[in-house]
Design a protein around this ligand. Structure first.
Ligand SMILES: [Zn+2]
Ligand SMILES: [Zn+2]
Length: 139
């Protein structure tokens, strides 16, 4: 079983991600306004994985909960010292969680499969070739 290692920028938080195959991680890009605010960037990029697949091995994440803008509570877990996002999950994520791409030590191993909320894509930001594009969550 491949193990993917990750952690925050300052190193206080470390985790291990256990997947049966790289395809078990559904990495996607999200251009919504909420992801822009949290990341301070044009998009958020996270991998949907089973919640049981990730194990924090060092430190403790800080949690922030709020309405995601459409009535669903969204929880984000991040490093309280340096602010790096580690995971996020909506109230309807079930047994899944979403791991932030850049928190992985070798993020290239789990490339994105698609883009969501393309209606909020910045005008200067081109579509990424080879990925599916959706205007919101579902088209
Ligand atoms: Zn940190
Ligand atoms: Zn988003």
């Amino acid at each position: 079983m491949p193990i993917y290692n990750g952690g925050c920028y300052c190193g206080q938080i470390r985790y291990e991600l256990y997947l049966n195959s790289p395809n078990e991680a559904r990495m996607s890009i999200c251009h919504c306004k909420n992801c822009k605010k949290f990341t301070g960037s044009e998009f958020g990029i996270t991998a949907k994985v089973p919640r049981s697949a990730i194990r924090i091995t060092k430190g403790q994440t800080t949690r922030h909960e709020s309405d995601n803008g459409s009535g669903t509570t969204l929880t984000r877990e991040f490093c309280g010292t340096c602010g790096s996002g580690i995971t996020e999950y909506g109230a309807n994520a079930g047994e899944n969680t979403y791991v932030f791409y850049g928190s992985l030590d070798r993020p290239d191993e789990l490339p994105p499969k698609g883009e969501f909320f393309c209606k909020s894509r910045a005008k200067w930001m081109p579509e990424i070739p080879g990925l599916f594009q959706k205007q919101e969550i579902k088209d």
